[in-house]
Ligand binder design. Structure first.
Ligand SMILES: [Cu+2]
Length: 498
């Protein structure tokens, strides 16, 4: 972290108290963001979670295109902190603690940052197990082109009263990353919370249009015969609640909107082990961005959103007004959370916490239809990596057979076009996230396409997914699964750009 003159002045602020310009100095010194504990009511029971509050006391931040993230973040928790600015591609490597050898921000200390904010719907979160305890917040930089719309930000979470170390122990895993102690590796894997952990097989028997070379990739087969339970499943953690802006459907947030108004819904999946399907009900939505990057408008009513991903949806509120729930249903399950958009005086009816039917498994289907508004320029990759996402007994999640710590960094040169082919012979979907870069989804069984620009992509079981990007920033960048417990037990490597 560089020490700016401002933070130097801040640290000597006590000596300046007697001077007439003290108040200005104190304002400058107030941290932009403070990470601290807070108490939530979840289903009538008090829960101690974390929060990241701005100077206005609200969670997270809302800025405008052209603004810089300039100032301090203070760790007012009692634990060392590793923050990640998810989607901020203008933050240099040393501006993000969540990097190899990035160290931790000590309890009571602050880091000073200065970088140009990346336009779009992004977010910030800890790169530790505390992410489970809601150590996450929106980081929205409103695009100049966003126009005259009402921004509605929705942050989704999966919630458990028990601490994340206990969840991890229940899964049978031990932590290789995250700054928390390990857990015994002997406990049996927890069964899924529902009996619907099958389906979404995506075996693609008629795999016409397969990308060149894909047919020869290992790991594309079905049932790898690894001698373990390879039944495809989702939702390996039993949660107590699913939250939208910290609330359940028992008492959802009701957001006032205008009759005939235009809404830009900016939804962030801050859950750690849960993918959702967003459902806009009676209002047809237009998807205009994913992971903060614009796409060609695509209409729909149901959109998948994996851990770490964001989606921006334009909605037109009908002229006659009313109440319009926006629901997020857990993949392969009936449970749901959400918010309600309502015009003045509209009657709000109670929404149950279970949908009538289970949602499907999250797949790449949306990405296969989405097209980037500003695709990468045509170019042949300088290097192509093949990454096999795997699992081993004892809740060990691997990349090319290695857990984080044993990993081989992907070594590239600055300026190169890089392609990564993910292959997933494991039993679960993996939302793969690359730090410091946005990439384009460019291929799957559906063939090659100029798909969306993202920073987190769904890699379903037995479905190869190819991404491409220009390695334009020097540094060491994590590349990992955004399922927190997969990351914590090994599914992380690094991209080294020199
Ligand atoms: Cu994973």
């Amino acid at each position: 972290m560089s020490i700016s003159r401002r933070s130097f002045l801040a640290s000597s602020g006590a000596a300046a108290l007697a001077t007439p310009w003290t108040s200005n100095l104190l304002r400058a010194e107030a941290p932009l963001l403070t990470v601290a504990s807070r108490t939530l009511d979840v289903k009538g029971k008090a829960a101690t979670v974390f929060g990241i509050a701005g100077t206005n006391g609200k969670q997270g931040m809302l800025a405008s295109e052209g603004d810089r993230f300039s100032g301090a973040i203070r760790n007012a928790t009692g634990e060392p902190l590793i923050m990640h600015w998810h989607g901020q591609v203008h933050a240099a490597a040393d501006q993000d603690r969540s990097r190899p050898d990035g160290g931790t921000l000590a309890a009571g200390a602050h880091d000073t940052h200065d970088f140009l904010l990346t336009p779009g719907t992004h977010w910030m979160h800890s790169h530790q197990l505390t992410e489970q305890q809601l150590l996450a917040a929106p980081m929205i930089t409103r695009e100049r082109a966003a126009g005259d719309v009402q921004d509605v930000v929705v942050m989704l979470h999966d919630f458990a009263y028990r601490p994340p170390a206990e969840i991890l122990a229940g899964l049978g895993g031990s932590s290789a990353h995250g700054g928390h102690g390990g857990a015994p590796a002997s406990a049996p894997r927890a069964p899924g919370p529902s009996g619907m952990n099958h389906g979404g097989m995506n075996h693609g028997s008629g795999s016409s249009g397969m990308m060149p070379g894909m047919g020869m990739m290992p790991g594309m087969g079905q049932g790898m015969g690894m001698g373990q339970d390879m039944r495809l499943h989702a939702n390996d953690v039993a949660y107590d609640a699913y939250l939208a802006n910290d609330r359940t459907l028992d008492d959802p947030e009701v957001i006032r909107v205008e009759k005939g108004g235009r809404i830009r819904l900016r939804v962030i999946n801050g859950a750690t082990a849960t993918a959702f399907f967003l459902d806009t009900g009676s209002i047809e939505a237009t998807c205009v961005a994913v992971d903060g990057s614009s796409c060609q408008p695509l209409k729909g009513r149901r959109f998948p959103l994996a851990q770490g991903q964001r989606i921006d949806l334009l909605l037109a509120i009908p002229g006659e007004g009313g109440a319009f729930p926006v629901l997020a249903q857990v993949e392969a399950d009936t449970r749901q959370t959400g918010i309600v958009l309502a015009t003045a005086g509209a009657a709000i009816t109670k929404i149950g916490e279970n949908a009538r039917e289970a949602a499907p498994n999250a797949t790449l289907a949306l990405d296969e239809r989405l097209r980037a508004l500003n695709p990468l320029p045509e170019r042949k990759p300088d290097r192509t990596f093949h990454l096999m996402l795997g699992e081993e007994a004892g809740y060990r999640w691997t990349i090319n057979g290695k857990v984080h710590g044993e990993h081989q960094p992907l070594e590239v040169r600055r300026g190169e076009r890089i392609a990564i082919m993910f292959m997933n012979p494991s039993s679960m979907m993996h939302p793969m996230h690359l730090h410091g870069h946005h990439f384009q989804v460019v291929g799957s069984r559906a063939g090659q396409f100029a798909g969306p620009i993202r920073d987190t992509v769904i890699v379903p079981p037995h479905t190869p997914v190819m991404i491409a990007f220009d390695a334009d920033k020097a540094g060491r960048w994590f590349l990992h699964c955004h399922h927190l417990y997969h990351m914590a037990t090994g599914m992380m490597t690094e991209l080294s750009v020199s």
